[in-house]
Design a protein around this ligand. Structure first.
Ligand code: FAD
Length: 429
């Protein structure tokens, strides 16, 4: 049955999360992602043997077992912050790297430190597409320079786990990915033991949702002053002071304006994947180390020092890696956070998870496809489910608008009049 089953149960039901695990596990290389700037769905060549069901087994889109009985890397699913041996703020010690990065550049700085200490030989991650800088591509990086060039979040779908067959035997890798990519990798490790020895550490990013390439198209369309598509050399979704914004560079070094993140947050609603709306693992629950923006801790940070990354150590393996580089290394600086803000973050994540769990339950109740998590879901009557589903979407939009307004207030001080001008200009979102 092979790929046909995956098509029927996941792709046709709009539950694919574009993590690339199906392509990465296929022993015959039968599955490819072609339309990466469009729907970016896996395509099968139709030569699957009757007995092979590996792609369906590793796919976290249609089904991801979160029951307490399932231990993944020694972890079972927990709501809120999840498994946490330690939580702190980290930033790259190198000021230039920090300024180039998304939050505090901790992910990039840690990867470079791991590489230089010989803990890993390479990094599996996402960065600019060498064939077209407005696109994103999955790559294996093996030098500090390459890792540095891949700093920054890219809000664009990209099937990372398809790279697994390219890993070299005997080498050790770190994977940086979204929660679905880490979950897909964990599934892959269960069916292909050798991957455990190859991907020795996973760095998971918090992720509320990612977006189709169409969102990048929209950003380029709205970017002022306009940059001809052919002359764009580099795009960055989080340029400038935290939280930063979208910028397109033509490589000539002229003055650049940015579209602030708060101004383009709405794109996440319009261009995100159906599967992201039904995700309850926004916090990379099964990564060794999880990373996030410092929004929950901004009240602990000086206004001119907000570029920090929230870092959660989840596993003993993660702790071992961090211990190797923190304290006796000049790549990363750390800072403690207050218990009060940790508790607030935990409550906030729990609340968001509960809304998403309700969304999954209601989607199922009205007969639409939703992923199976093998955990109890909240129940209500059918008419109530319809009303609630509508309310959740509405509530989600209101929450997003509030967050946007809050972010605008935060960034207004930094960007001042120019920001206000931009906000007006991009009203057309
Ligand atoms: C799509 C997406 C959604 C996110 N949503 C949230 C959120 O809702 N809340 C929150 O707190 N944080 C979110 N993050 C994480 C946050 O934006 C930062 O990535 C995180 O704080 C680490 O910052 P940093 O400066 O340490 O990372 P950097 O040093 O800038 O390094 C970023 C690393 O991420 C890798 N990367 C970039 N894009 C992708 C991608 N699409 N998929 C996989 N790997 C990628 C890069 O290769 C690089 O290694 C999101 C990130 C992404 C990519």
């Amino acid at each position: 049955m092979g790929f046909e089953l995956l098509r029927r149960e996941v792709i046709d039901k709009n539950l694919c999360c574009r993590c690339g695990s199906c392509a990465g596990i296929c022993p015959r290389g039968n599955i490819v992602f072609t339309d990466t700037r469009g729907a970016c769905l896996p395509q099968g060549s139709g030569n699957c043997p009757e007995t092979c069901d590996l792609c369906g087994k590793v796919c976290p889109g249609g089904h991801f077992d979160l029951s307490p009985l399932r231990q993944i890397s020694g972890l079972s699913f927990a709501t809120g912050i999840g498994a946490c041996l330690n939580i702190s703020l980290l930033k790259a010690a190198d000021k230039t790297l920090r300024e180039m990065s998304t939050s505090g550049g901790a992910v990039t700085a840690l990867l470079i430190a791991f590489l230089e200490k010989g803990l890993i030989d390479g990094v599996i991650s996402i960065g600019p597409d060498p064939e077209s800088p407005t696109g994103s591509a999955a790559k294996i990086l093996s030098s500090a320079e390459e890792i540095k060039a891949h700093t920054q979040s890219r809000y664009c779908v990209c099937p990372l786990n398809q790279l697994m067959p390219k890993l070299e035997a005997g080498k050790k890798y770190a994977l940086v990915g979204l929660p679905c990519m880490v979950d897909g990798l964990r599934n892959m490790m269960e069916v292909r033991e050798s991957l455990r020895g190859q991907v020795v550490i996973t760095l998971g990013l918090f992720c509320h949702s990612t977006m189709f390439y169409s969102a990048t198209e929209k950003l380029l369309e709205l970017y002022r002053p306009p940059v001809a598509r052919s002359s764009v050399k580099n795009i960055r979704y989080r340029e400038g002071k935290f939280p930063g914004g979208f910028a397109a560079h033509d490589g000539k070094g002229g003055a650049t304006e940015i579209i602030p993140l708060p101004d383009y947050m709405q794109l996440f609603n319009r261009h995100s994947l159906n599967r992201c709306r039904l995700c309850i693992d926004h916090y990379s629950a099964f990564s060794d180390l999880a990373f996030a923006d410092p929004f929950p801790f901004l009240d602990e940070l000086a206004e001119n020092d907000q570029k920090w990354t929230v870092a959660i150590v989840r596993t003993a393996a993660g702790q071992k890696f961090v211990n190797e580089v923190l304290g006796n290394d000049d790549h990363v600086v750390s800072k403690k956070v207050t218990e009060r803000n940790i508790a607030r973050l935990n409550d906030k994540l729990r609340a968001i998870q509960s809304v998403h769990l309700k969304q999954v339950a209601m989607t199922k109740q009205i007969g639409l496809p939703a992923p199976g998590y093998n955990i109890p879901l909240p129940r209500s009557t059918l008419p109530r489910a319809v009303v609630n589903l509508f309310r959740v979407y509405l509530f989600g939009n209101i929450m997003l608008s509030c967050r946007q307004m809050l972010l605008k207030v935060c960034t207004l001080n930094q960007a001042g009049a120019a920001h206000t001008k931009l906000t007006k200009r991009y009203k057309s979102f």
